[in-house]
Design a binder for this molecule. Sequence first.
Ligand code: PRP
Ligand code: MN
Ligand code: MG
Length: 181
Amino acid sequence: AADISDQLTSVLVTEEQIHDKLAELAARVDSDYEGKELILIGVLKGAVMVMADFARQLQRDITMDWMAVSSYGAGTKSSGVVQIRKDLDTDLHGKHVLIVEDIIDSGLTLSWLLENFASRGAESIEVLALLRKPEAAKVEIDCRYVGFDIPNDFVVGYGLDYAERYRNLRDVAVLAPHVYS
Ligand code: PRP
Ligand code: MN
Ligand code: MG
């Protein structure tokens, strides 16, 4: 249906809150990586919006690459089985890497990615995640730049999908249970 208001129960984080938070994180990253070469690695597809908005708030030059992995398929639960759908084009050896993610849910995707990137000889690896669900953590992720800690609801929008839908919503919203049950 074209009208999605009955598919969402509430707006959790607004477009404006996201914008302000990314400006704050960008200022921290600008200062933390002063004098260092920085590569941002976005995790497709969820991180597309965060990457686009965060990178443009930086006052510095960066390079950008993308990795496509998927652990959720069409369901609402992480399978823990991470598949590479597109690998990096960049050699990470000696690079300062900042992984850009939309959300840390169970932490399984990032835990797998961090281990994978560490084996490629990066000089440093840190994580920026717009959202984090502390109650859903199955593994602890050391995330230096966190936007918002949120409750353990199924959220969509601003890159986050349910079965590939809702990624284009401007806000992050809670998906109504009737949509996925
Ligand atoms: C989602 C989300 C994160 C990951 C977080 O990606 O974008 O990458 O799950 O979940 P976790 O912490 O439990 O691993 P998904 O696998 O749905 O692929 P997508 O980005 O293409 O939607
Ligand atoms: Mn993702
Ligand atoms: Mg997904």
